[in-house]
Ligand binder design. Sequence first.
Ligand code: NAD
Ligand code: WQD
Length: 338
Amino acid sequence: MNVLLAGGAGYIGSHTAVTLIEAGHNVVIVDNYDNSCEEAVRRVEELTHSTIKHYEADVKDHDALDRIFKENDIDCVIHFAGLKAVGESVEKPVAYYRNNVDTTLTLLETMKENNVKNIVFSSSATVYGAENASPLNETMKKGTCTNPYGWTKWMMEQILEDAAKADDELSVVILRYFNPIGAHPSGRIGEDPQGIPNNLMPYVSQTAVGKRDHLTIFGDDYDTPDGTCLRDYIHVMDLAEGHVKAVEYALTRKGTDIINLGTGTPYSVLDIVHAFEKANDLTLKYEIGPRRAGDLAVCYSNADKAAEILGWTAKRNLEDMCRDSWNWQKNNPNGYKK
Ligand code: NAD
Ligand code: WQD
């Protein structure tokens, strides 16, 4: 199958590219490198001993996408292309709505014009909002989001569902990711945040490598066993394998399916700190700080639907996630930059 990865040079896209190629599929990448770089694509080529057709283009650019569809016989699109920093989305809401919603609309328009009928979409657990209690399952109504990033995911899900209702031939698979961490076991590709990381695992690994002085744990007074927040961390290679199953599934049916990709097992912030120290035989400097605005105490998936529909469950454990995150960070202290 020929799969177009929109935003395929990014963290999840690059790991998915490796896994798709290893499963025998052909991959085409389009990315504007807004939050990534061509070096990531080069390393995917190195890992897979293959040449990947890739385009530097904005997914909002109708003519560029039209050309890509015309030059490649695409069977399925995976739509990773988006801005994803929650805090930044509060400061720059218009840029987030413009980029995230418009990429989705442009993809749907150019897919229709080129008779491409299958799309897998990167959504997020954030659409469950605060109203739903974990374990979160896909039959729960979408909740109230606390930031523009979350609303863009909420809206894009709605747009995709409406597009599928209006076109009997369209197949939409919406994947709601929980908290992806880890890296390819080779240490050649991984998460490369620009500036100060917003997310826990990059902050932990940058603290371990000495780029940050210490980790601040955002609150230890939540109603959880150790007082720190619980999340559903999932290894990015498991997530990548979920995408292979999702594109293969997309081609077998029509309409919309929404599927959680998580492990179903919650871990606390302190669990992550201690697992990282143990897996990598090091000590992390950390202190307890105030709560971060907008954080939920508990967020984890019910992962049954992915098992039933896709035949997929996460295989890697917390130790694997911590070991592979550190392997990437220590071998690439400045990310993809030399
Ligand atoms: P990422 O930033 O590493 O990858 C996104 C890629 O999209 C980047 O390479 C970026 O350059 C590209 N991009 C952005 N706007 C573009 C545009 N207009 N045209 C072309 N390329 C564009 O992020 P990621 O962690 O790999 O996330 C991939 C997707 O999954 C995103 O949509 C994100 O919102 C979603 N998601 C991520 C997480 C997470 O924690 N990482 C969780 C849930 C959902
Ligand atoms: C995890 C836990 C923090 C940093 C975000 C988005 C969500 C999805 C995944 C895209 C929380 C704590 C963090 C730090 C800390 N992304 N923490 N110190 O907030 O669960 O989810 O990424 O869709 O939409 O909101 O992930 O990694 O930021 O935080 O104590 O320096 O780590 O409070 O409990 P989060 P995270």
